[in-house]
Design a protein around this ligand. Structure first.
Ligand SMILES: C[S@@+](CC[C@H](N)C(=O)[O-])C[C@H]1O[C@@H](n2cnc3c(N)ncnc32)[C@H](O)[C@@H]1O
Length: 260
């Protein structure tokens, strides 16, 4: 694991994507340019796929709830009404970790659909388990790179909101390029928001918070709903990591921008 201030060392918890990393696989967070003669350029992903233990409860949730709540990565534009079985405003969440905030928010807002992307299998199992325990109907999970999901499956101007909570901070300078919140990705995300839709980011890593403020602020399709950083919206729960960080005097920064 990395030098993340949120790194608790707890088993099977996807925290900061280890900058000591396991298998790095490519991501289109920036448009790659193929070196001459290279057919498949290596791109940069915002995560590393780490091994993690899937508990018996999570495995059971995969078996019993997976068929209903997991969506396949198809690579073609998706029909939200068909995926959720109803027409409702749809919020995308990128990197839900163990799904604590996701389940909490989905419970608070039964009138919205939550399309949730995560690559870490135990996290997916944990959210499925919560879906079962809390009887949540408004969550669908895509266990796939959210960047590819966005690029290939999400129609423009289709989302009511986007949540990116505590994305991997990629502390080291040479890894900063792996951060999700960068101009090319934000431009493509903003284009997926319907006018009036929002993007809500939160981080506990101040340099990344400053980068988010700069990048979101420079995107022409977005407008800041606050003078700078936003107050934490009431729907975002304080996670145990955040609580611990706050007790240790670490800051947390929320950013709330709206599509013009
Ligand atoms: C530091 S964790 C934060 C998890 C959660 N949002 C929270 O607040 O506890 C970041 C998560 O984002 C996931 N992630 C990073 N890039 C992703 C991507 N491109 N697609 C899907 N998940 C991604 C990682 O697997 C990891 O679980």
């Amino acid at each position: 694991m990395s030098d993340s201030p949120r790194n608790t060392g707890e088993a099977a918890e996807p925290r900061d994507s280890g900058e000591t990393g396991a298998t790095a696989a490519p991501t289109p967070t920036t448009a790659p340019v193929a070196p001459e003669g290279v057919a498949h350029p290596r791109t940069i992903r915002s995560f590393v796929l780490r091994a993690g233990r899937t508990t018996t409860g999570q495995a059971k949730a995969f078996e019993t709830l997976g068929p209903r709540f997991l969506l396949p990565f198809t690579g073609v534009p998706m029909d939200y009404a068909a995926a959720f079985g109803r027409q409702a405003p749809t919020v995308l969440e990128i990197g839900f970790g163990m799904g604590d905030a996701t389940a909490h928010i989905a419970g608070l807002m039964p009138e919205k659909n939550f399309l949730c992307c995560e690559v870490h299998e135990p996290g997916v199992g944990a959210l499925l388990k919560r879906v079962g325990e809390q009887g949540l109907e408004n969550i669908r999970i895509l266990q796939h790179d959210a960047v590819e999901v966005m690029d290939q499956m999400l129609p423009e101007a289709s989302l009511a909101g986007i949540h990116i909570f505590f994305p991997d901070p990629w502390h080291k300078l040479r890894h900063n390029k792996r951060r999700l919140v960068q101009p090319p990705l934000v431009a493509r995300l903003a284009a997926r928001l319907a006018p009036g839709g929002y993007i809500h980011c939160a981080t506990d890593w101040e340099p990344y918070a400053q980068q988010m403020l700069q990048v979101l602020g420079a995107e022409p399709l977005l407008r800041n709903t606050a003078a700078g950083f936003a107050l934490k919206p009431g729907y975002r729960p304080l996670t145990k990591f955040e609580n611990r960080g706050l007790r240790l005097g670490h800051g947390v920064w929320d950013l709330l921008f709206e599509r013009r």
